[in-house]
Design a protein around this ligand. Structure first.
Ligand SMILES: *Cc1c(COP(=O)(O)O)cnc(C)c1O
Length: 375
């Protein structure tokens, strides 16, 4: 029997420019967590994102969130409001700092943090005598969160926002790119993201002081002295010059990658939209999603599983939507403000193969299996 080639959910997609920069790092012996590729990659990010932002290339998106929260003043015993419907890396760094996450459910238009529940959470925590130190909002699957609503709450209650844009490089809210909102933003270049450095991340801010302090903390917090002197606890979080070379090559193809991901979504939408059992999250007006992953909603857990298992049987990888943090065993004791939205999405939603390197035949095969499973 012929085994069909595996169709992955979201695999790395290397262009033609990456090897040049990596070779250059070897040729010039810049095999270190600093060098021309690191500063070149940061410049590329800054000119792509616009808005006068400053970028610090780091070892991961998780490291960027850890430093970002630290720079926003989060410390031991503090509370941080966090979108519950997300990947665990949005929330884990809160605990690295000895702080406590307070989870907030999503709204239906974008699947991201609900402004109503967020305000409810802020008011309740303030009444209890602990004003939250920061808000972690996430553009999940590349769909922007309700930036205006979240920013006006942040302003009203004077709480800074950390924008988790790990999945949303290439997305836009109004005329501005995701990664330029919030007091501090973060990006991820993990292997499954829209562009990759194999592993990596960045901290972005319009405030140059945040960027400079992030680089200081990411390089072991060395004071300005000839010997090694430290007045603060540092981290080893800088991006390697070899990996930043991959990033420079990837930046040359980012727009193509966004285009290809959106093309995947459009293909699934055209092919499946008429089925009663399948629905999609539409782009609200004024929002532009990179469609990092193409997601579908089904009427029930059972239908979701029927599709997922039929795909698995044909060597096609798909995955349930993120399991909300307030339902995770590790976070079940933490306070949460929920209305069932993200739990429902988790039960009934599925991410379909979404890589920018999928062929037309891959998409066709996937759609065919889904249609057969629902017959
Ligand atoms: C991938 C991801 C991160 C973490 O990025 P890493 O580079 O893998 O550490 C954080 N938040 C979200 C929403 C992500 O998808």
């Amino acid at each position: 029997m012929e085994t069909l080639t595996k169709i992955w959910l979201s695999s790395p997609h290397i262009g033609s420019g990456e090897q040049y920069y990596v070779d250059e790092a070897f040729r010039t012996n810049w095999i270190a967590p600093l060098g021309p590729n690191v500063s070149g990659f940061e410049k590329d990010l800054e000119s792509y994102l616009q808005e006068g932002v400053h970028a610090a290339a780091l070892s991961s998106g998780t490291a960027a969130i850890h430093l970002g929260l630290k720079l926003l003043g989060v410390g031991k015993g503090d509370e941080v409001l966090c979108q519950s419907f997300t990947f665990s890396a949005s929330a884990n760094p809160i605990t690295y700092l000895g702080a406590k996450p307070i989870f907030v459910d999503s709204e239906k238009d974008t699947w991201n943090i609900s402004p109503e529940l967020l305000e409810e959470a802020i008011v309740e925590r303030i009444q209890k005598g602990t004003k939250p130190k920061a808000i972690v909002a996430v553009h999940l699957y590349g769909m922007p969160y309700k930036v205006d609503e979240i920013e006006s709450l942040a302003k009203k209650y004077q709480i800074p926002v950390l924008e988790d844009s790990a999945e949303a490089l290439g997305s836009k809210y109004g005329n501005s790119r995701c990664g330029t909102f919030g007091d501090i933003s973060i990006l991820s270049f993990n292997g499954n993201k829209i562009i990759t450095t194999s592993g990596g991340g960045a901290l972005i801010s319009k405030n140059k002081k945040f960027r400079d302090k992030a680089i200081f903390l990411a390089t072991q917090a060395r004071d300005n002295a000839v010997h090694y002197q430290h007045s603060e606890i540092g981290h080893n979080y800088r991006m390697s010059n070899v990996l930043a070379g991959i990033g420079r090559g990837q930046m040359q193809v980012l727009e193509e990658r966004v285009h290809a991901r959106r093309r995947n979504f459009d293909y699934y939408f055209e092919a499946l939209e008429d089925l009663d059992e399948i629905s999609f999250l539409k782009e609200p007006s004024g929002m532009f999603s990179n469609r990092w992953l193409s997601c579908v909603l089904t009427p029930s857990y059972n239908v979701r599983e029927k599709i997922r298992l039929a795909l698995e049987n044909e060597n096609i990888e798909s995955r349930p939507l993120w399991k909300p943090m307030h339902l995770q065993p590790v976070f079940k004791a933490e306070p949460s403000f929920t209305d069932g939205t993200s739990e429902n999405l988790f039960q009934k939603g599925l991410c379909l193969p979404s890589g920018s390197n999928l062929s037309f035949e891959d998409l066709e095969r996937t759609v065919e299996i889904i249609k057969l499973a629902l017959k």
